[in-house]
Design a protein around this ligand. Structure first.
Ligand code: ADP
Ligand code: ZN
Ligand code: ZN
Length: 750
C-alpha cells in the first residue's frame, strides 16, 4: 500500500493495476484512488506519471504515486481517470525530493508536487519530447547555393549545415542566430533533410568550457578547492566560510568548471536579492556553456524551458532562487548555496520549506557534494561545521588589498540628529566625498519616518487593522502600514487632542535622502529601496550611474546592502544598529549581526580602504561590542553557547502550529484545544517533546486577524517529527471553517 505521503511499497505494481493512487493539488494530506482506463502509458502505470482526473466538479492534474489492486473504497465505486498525460514518469530523483519535502514539512504531497512543477506542466502541458531534429544537406552545396542566389541568409545557413557531415541539430543552428523557420524554408525547397532522433540525457558539453581564464587562486582558495575536488563523487557537505570579498565566488566558478569537466551539472542557489544581472553576467562571462537562470521575472514558458533544459541535461549550469531547489537535473554534479544564511531561502507561507536544508537532503540522496557559502554562516551550519559533520573551509583574507573594515560604533545618546545622522558622522561623510569616494548610508526602513506622533498628547499613528504603527511616506504624502498595505491620508491635526503639532518620529530612507540632499546640494543622492525601484529598469539605471564612480551618496535598505558589488564605496554609515539588539525573537541578534557585516562588507572593495560607522544608542552593548571588536565568528560562537543553554535551535528542533481567526477567542480556543490533546498524547506516548502555549504571536493582530501559536520542541528530530505528524493529522480532522491553522517545521521566527 501507499501511505498518504507516497511512501509506497513500490513493488507489486502490476502491469494492469486496478487502482491508481494519485496525489492531487489540495491541502488534504491524503491520496485519492482512481481506476486506470484507456491504453496504458508506454512505460506502464508508473509513479510519476501525470494524469487528468475528475475531482468534485472540476478536472485536475494529479500525479500517480503508486498503483495496486487495492483501495480502501469498493473498487466499483472508484472513478476512472480522464486521461494520462505522460508516457514516461517525471524524474525519479525529483519525485523523491517532493516526497521528502511533503513528509518533512507535513505538507500535502499533491500540493508539494504541484509547487515543484513549472506552471505549464501543472496545467497539463505535455513534457518536452525526448527527441530532437537533425538536419542534413540533401544535395551538393554548390547546387543548393545557386538556387539560393537571392536569399543570402539562407545561403549562409546551408553553408553551416554543409559543414556538418553527420548533420546538425536545431539548437546548434539557433545558437548561431538562425531560426527554425529558416530551416523549414530549406526543407520546403528540399535542400535539406530532417530526421528525428531520441535525446539521451543530453550530451556532455565540449571543451573548452570557459571563455576567459580563471584567476590564479590564493593559498586559502586553493586549499578549499582541492578539498572540494576530493569529494566530487559522493555526498560531501562543505561550508565555505570566507569574509566578504575573499573570493568565494571564484571558488564556486572553479569548482563548477571541475564538475562540468566530469560531464555533470551544477545547481547554484542564491538569495532573492542576490540574483542580479551582475551575478549572472559573472557566470556567463566565465563559461562558454549555457547558464540558465530561474527567477521570479520569467514567464511561465521561459520557466518551463529552463526546467526542461535542466531535466534533459542540456543546461550545464542552473542558477536560481529558493524554488530552483526543485529543478530536476539529468546528471547532478554539485549543489552550491550562496549566502546560505539568507532568510529568503525559507518560504514563509504555504509550503514552508527551507531551500538550504532541502539542498542538503537532496545532495545526500543524489550522492553529490554540496557547498554552503557565506561570510556570516547561520548558526545551524556553523554548528555542523564545528562538529565535523560539514567540512569547514575558511577564507580569511580578502582578494583585494584591504581587509574588511572594522565596525566603529558611534554613540547616538544625547546628540542632535539630522535625518537620523549626528554631526560627527555628517563630517565623516563630507570628508569621504571630498576624497572622491562614494558613501553608502544604510537604513533599514523605507518611507519618510517610521511613524507620526503628536508632540502635545503622545498620540501615535497606528494601523486600524494590525498591532503596528503606520509609516509616514512623503511621495505622495500618506501613512502606510507595511504589514497590511493599509493607507490613510496624513492628518493635519492630532485625531486625539486636535493639536497641529504632529511630528515625524525617527528617520526612513526618504527623510535621510532629503536631509542629505539639503546638506550636500552638489552631490547626487541615490535612494534605493522597494519604493524607488519598483521598476527593474529604474534600478538597473541607478546601478549603472553609481558604478560610474563619481562621488555620490547612496541611501538604501538591505536591497542595496546585500549582493551588490559597489567598488567605489569608501564609507558605510549604518543609521541605527539597535533594532535587532533587544528584539524578542531568538534569531534577531544573529540576523542583525549578519546584516551589519554584509553592509559593512560593501566598503573598500576595490583599490581604496573603507570605513564603517555604526550609530547606536547602546555603544556598550556586549554583543555589539563583541561584533565590532572581534568580528562575526566570535559573536556567532557565543550565540551558539547561549542557544545551547536556552535549549534553542540548533540544539533543539522546533515546530510551530499557528492558528488564525477573525475573533481572538476562536483562535485561542482552537490553539488551546490542540495543545491539550497534544500534551495528553505526548504523555501517553512518553515522547520527549515539549508542547508550549498557546501564546499570542508577536504581532497578534494582522489585517484584523488574530494569530495564536503553539510550539513543539524536542531534542530528537525523530520524536519531534512523530509529534508534529500526529498534530497535523489531528488538526486536519478537527478543522473548522472559522480557524485557519498551519504548521511550520524549523520556523525562522517564533
Ligand atoms: P566573495 O564572493 O567572497 O564576496 P568574490 O569572489 O566576489 O568574493 O571576490 C571579490 C573580488 O576579488 C572580485 O573582484 C574577484 O574578481 C577578486 N578575486 C577573487 N579571487 C581572486 C584571486 N585569486 N586573485 C585575484 N582576484 C581575485
Ligand atoms: Zn495629540
Ligand atoms: Zn496594517
Amino acid at each position: 500500500m501507499v501511505d498518504s505521503q507516497g511512501d509506497a511499497a513500490r513493488d507489486g505494481a502490476s502491469a494492469n493495476p486496478r487502482v491508481l493512487h494519485v496525489a492531487i493539488p489540495t491541502p488534504l494530506r491524503r491520496l485519492f484512488d482512481y481506476r486506470p482506463v484507456g491504453p496504458a502509458p508506454a512505460q506502464g502505470w508508473q509513479p510519476g506519471l501525470r494524469v487528468k482526473v475528475p475531482f468534485g466538479r472540476r478536472q485536475l492534474v494529479g500525479i500517480v504515486v503508486g498503483a495496486s489492486d487495492e483501495s480502501d473504497w469498493p473498487l466499483d465505486q472508484l472513478k476512472p481517470i480522464a486521461a494520462h498525460l505522460d508516457d514516461a514518469p517525471l524524474p525519479e530523483d525529483w519525485q523523491w525530493l517532493c516526497r521528502f519535502t511533503a513528509r518533512y514539512y507535513q505538507h500535502s504531497l499533491g500540493d508539494t508536487l504541484h509547487h515543484a512543477l513549472p506552471g505549464p506542466l501543472r496545467q497539463g502541458r505535455p513534457l518536452e519530447a525526448r527527441t530532437r531534429e537533425r538536419w542534413e544537406l540533401a544535395t551538393t552545396l554548390d547546387s543548393a547555393q545557386s538556387r539560393l542566389a537571392r536569399a543570402p541568409r539562407q545561403r549562409e545557413l546551408i553553408a553551416l549545415v554543409a559543414q556538418h557531415r553527420q548533420g546538425v541539430v536545431t539548437s546548434a543552428i539557433t545558437a548561431q542566430g538562425f531560426t527554425r523557420a529558416q530551416l523549414q524554408a530549406l526543407l520546403d525547397k528540399q535542400l535539406v533533410t530532417r530526421t528525428e532522433e531520441p535525446v539521451t540525457a543530453g550530451e556532455p558539453w565540449q571543451a573548452p568550457l570557459t571563455a576567459e581564464p580563471s584567476l590564479s587562486l590564493n593559498r586559502e582558495q586553493s586549499t578549499a578547492l582541492a578539498a572540494l575536488h576530493e569529494g566530487l563523487d559522493r555526498f560531501h557537505p562543505c561550508l565555505l566560510h570566507g569574509v566578504t570579498g575573499s573570493g568565494k565566488t571564484e571558488v564556486y566558478l572553479q569548482l563548477i568548471e571541475g564538475v562540468l569537466g566530469h560531464g555533470r551539472q551544477a545547481l547554484v542557489l542564491v538569495p532573492e536579492i542576490g540574483l542580479t544581472p551582475q551575478t549572472l553576467a559573472r557566470f556567463r562571462k566565465r563559461f562558454r556553456v549555457p547558464v540558465v537562470a530561474l527567477h521570479s521575472g520569467l514567464t511561465d514558458l521561459e520557466r518551463l524551458d529552463a526546467w526542461e533544459a535542466a531535466r534533459s541535461g542540456r543546461a550545464p549550469i542552473v542558477i536560481g532562487t529558493r524554488s530552483a531547489i526543485f529543478t530536476p537535473l539529468a546528471r547532478p554534479g554539485v549543489i552550491i548555496v550562496d549566502e546560505e544564511h539568507d532568510g529568503s531561502f525559507k518560504q514563509q507561507d504555504g509550503l514552508r520549506y527551507h531551500a538550504r536544508d532541502l539542498a542538503i537532503a537532496r545532495a545526500h540522496h543524489e550522492s553529490i557534494p554540496i557547498l554552503l557559502g557565506s561570510a556570516t554562516p547561520s548558526l545551524e551550519s556553523l554548528a555542523q561545521a564545528r562538529s565535523g559533520r560539514y567540512r569547514h573551509l575558511r577564507l580569511t583574507q580578502r582578494a583585494s588589498r584591504h581587509a574588511p573594515a572594522k565596525l566603529e560604533l558611534v554613540d547616538l545618546r544625547g546628540r542632535l540628529r539630522q535625518g537620523g545622522l549626528i554631526p560627527p558622522v555628517i563630517d565623516a561623510i563630507r570628508q569621504a566625498l571630498a576624497a572622491e569616494g562614494q558613501v553608502l548610508v544604510f537604513i533599514n526602513r523605507r518611507g519618510f519616518a517610521p511613524t507620526l506622533g503628536c508632540h502635545e498628547c503622545g498620540w501615535i499613528a497606528e494601523c486600524r487593522h494590525c498591532d503596528s504603527r503606520m509609516t509616514l511616506h512623503r511621495h505622495p504624502p500618506r501613512l502606510v502600514c507595511h504589514h497590511c498595505e493599509h493607507q490613510a491620508p496624513q492628518p493635519d491635526a492630532c485625531p486625539a487632542c486636535g493639536s497641529a503639532d504632529l511630528r515625524p518620529l525617527g528617520a526612513g530612507t526618504e527623510r535621510t535622502e532629503e536631509t542629505l540632499s539639503t546638506l550636500f546640494p552638489d552631490t547626487p543622492v541615490y535612494r534605493i529601496d522597494r519604493d524607488s525601484t519598483r521598476r527593474k529598469e529604474a534600478f538597473d539605471a541607478l546601478l549603472t550611474d553609481i558604478r560610474r564612480g563619481t562621488p555620490s551618496l547612496l541611501v538604501g535598505t538591505q536591497m542595496l546592502a546585500k549582493g551588490h558589488h559597489l567598488p567605489h564605496v569608501t564609507l558605510v554609515v549604518v543609521v541605527n544598529a539597535d533594532a535587532g539588539l533587544y528584539a524578542s525573537d531568538f534569531r534577531a541578534l544573529e540576523q542583525s549581526a549578519q546584516l551589519l557585516i554584509q553592509v559593512a562588507g560593501r566598503a573598500g572593495r576595490a583599490e581604496r580602504p573603507g570605513r564603517v560607522l555604526v550609530q547606536t544608542l547602546h555603544p556598550d552593548d556586549p554583543n555589539l561590542r563583541l561584533l565590532a571588536d572581534s568580528g562575526y565568528d566570535a559573536l556567532a560562537y557565543q550565540l551558539l553557547e547561549e542557544r545551547r543553554l536556552a535549549a534553542l535551535p540548533p540544539f533543539r528542533h522546533l515546530a510551530l502550529a499557528r492558528f488564525e481567526a477573525a475573533s481572538e477567542s476562536d483562535a485561542n480556543d482552537a490553539a488551546g484545544a490542540a495543545g491539550e490533546v497534544m500534551r495528553a498524547w505526548l504523555v501517553e506516548r512518553e515522547l520527549p517533546v515539549h508542547c508550549l502555549g498557546p501564546v499570542p504571536a508577536p504581532m497578534e493582530r494582522r489585517q484584523n486577524r488574530y494569530h495564536i501559536q503553539l510550539m513543539l520542541s524536542g531534542e530528537r528530530r525523530s520524536a519531534l517529527h512523530e509529534a508534529s505528524a500526529w498534530l497535523a493529522g489531528w488538526l486536519e480532522s478537527n478543522a473548522t471553517r472559522k480557524v485557519r491553522w498551519s504548521l511550520d517545521i524549523d520556523p525562522m521566527t517564533l
